[in-house]
Design a protein. Structure first.
Length: 447
């Protein structure tokens, strides 16, 4: 009994650390940057609906809406990590670091941390410059406020980056993913309250609510099913048996995920398709009457942003095409078929019926292309379902495909790590029992 209690002590401590760290994150999201007018900031954020700013505000759990110290969240760190990952496939010295194992991975992680600092400064400088240009948004605009705000926002990002690493080391799960997960989930209570208010006012029927709940549950199940999907390629290993020239074939599998690119294509596509609307809203309204290139640019961006507005046919078509294209692009960067074929050849493994070397690489590449097509279409379906729900049922809350993917994938990873933690403790308990039994038998034998 005491062994069972001791088994869960470490797990309970890790879970408590995760909970306390997320509470610290939520408290920090309510600490505002000094010198900002909260009422004007609220009006400005309402005008940013349907832009990149609105998407980042969702990831930060409303911290950008309140312009708190944690307004940038871990977005600069994620951007830096993606850049380092992409450069690791194209820049030869970093490709060599990836082959060095754990030491190389730590070096690339350090590059991601250092790259997050200039990105955070750049993003905070852009937001602060735009905020100072809005009348009444800042009590005392000037160089002093800009320096204070940029330093505060950058320090907030560095703190969250450190907090995420502490969650990964001392808690359970990926800390950065859990912080984004907490930011997205933090907006659900207000979304549910808004939905109930629309039901009580008659804007949404009760039948539509049941349809929405059924669709949410169905899409969630579909995401879980697809994220666990794998294509296992049979691989045979030739093993020498004994001292003679006799070989024994051992069979294994090369697992290929159905969706290797994760949520990156959805994030890239969302950012790119919202870019024209974001630029047009950040430009002053006087630009609409301006002459020359400035007025033409503003009117052109307005036309493009209206054509790419949510629920528009062009928006859905372009959004789906971008997701599918980024799925192929990112999968090609993170998985090298030729390198995998070379590793199989070096380890003495081969795919039945396929010659080692280039033929194996071509076969794996063909399988991966078909898997990426299915995975890309799955991402398109999940990301466009919310658009159809908004158009058909006027859903008041942000049931976004990207946010749903992040939430489900993080929960799946968190659950898997908890189960792995429990299994490891059970394995250690069995080994201790086996050692005790063998030790007792040895003592009886000696006696």
């Amino acid at each position: 009994m005491f062994g069972q209690l001791g088994k869960f002590t470490e797990l309970r401590q890790r879970l408590m650390f995760v909970v306390l760290a997320l509470i610290v994150f939520r408290i920090g999201s309510y600490i505002p940057v000094p010198g900002v007018n909260p009422e004007v900031m609220l009006q400005l954020m309402e005008s940013q609906k349907g832009t990149i700013v609105d998407m980042f505000n969702m990831f930060s759990g409303g911290a950008l809406h309140r312009f708190s110290l944690l307004a940038l969240n871990v977005v600069p760190y994620i951007s830096s990590s993606i850049i380092v990952q992409l450069m690791g496939q194209m820049y030869e010295p970093w490709k060599a670091l990836k082959k060095e194992g754990e030491a190389g991975r730590r070096k690339l992680t350090q590059y991601s941390r250092l790259g997050a600092i200039p990105l955070a400064i750049f993003q905070s400088f852009g937001i602060v410059s735009w905020l100072q240009a809005q009348p009444g948004a800042v009590y005392d605009p000037g160089v002093g406020f800009m320096v204070t705000a940029v330093v505060s926002l950058t320090a907030g990002t560095m703190f969250l980056m450190w907090l995420g690493e502490q969650i990964t080391e001392r808690g359970i799960g990926n800390g950065v993913s859990l912080i984004i997960f907490a930011g997205i989930v933090a907006g659900l209570p207000s979304a549910m309250i808004g939905t109930l208010q629309q039901v009580s006012s008659g804007d949404i029927s009760v039948f539509a609510i049941f349809v929405i709940i059924a669709l949410v549950l169905g899409v969630t199940y579909f995401v879980v099913f697809m994220e666990r999907g794998q294509r296992r390629i049979t691989v045979n290993y030739a093993r020498r048996q004994g001292g003679r020239q006799a070989y024994m074939n051992q069979s294994s599998h090369l697992p290929l995920k159905l969706n290797m690119s994760g949520v990156i294509p959805a994030i890239f596509a969302s950012s790119l398709i919202l870019f024209p609307a974001t630029i047009s809203t950040w430009m002053s309204t006087d630009a609409a009457q301006a002459e020359g290139w400035r007025g033409m640019l503003f009117r052109g961006l307005q036309s493009v942003s209206q054509a790419l507005a949510p629920n528009e046919p062009l928006h859905m078509l372009l959004y789906g095409a971008l997701i599918l294209g980024f799925a192929f692009f990112y999968t090609a960067l993170v998985f090298n078929s030729q390198e995998t074929a070379d590793n199989l050849k070096k380890s003495g493994a081969l795919i039945p019926g396929i010659r080692p070397g280039k033929a194996t690489a071509d076969y794996i590449d063909g399988v991966l292309t078909r898997l990426t097509m299915i995975g890309g279409l799955y991402l398109v379906l999940v990301c466009l379902t919310p658009e159809l729900m908004r158009a058909g049922f006027n859903v008041p809350f942000a049931f976004g495909g990207t946010s749903l993917l992040i939430v489900v994938v993080v929960v799946m990873d968190f659950t898997a790590q908890v189960q792995a933690h429990l299994v490891s403790h059970q394995y250690e308990g069995l080994m201790k029992k086996a050692n005790l039994k063998s030790g007792s038998r040895g003592s009886f034998a000696r006696g």
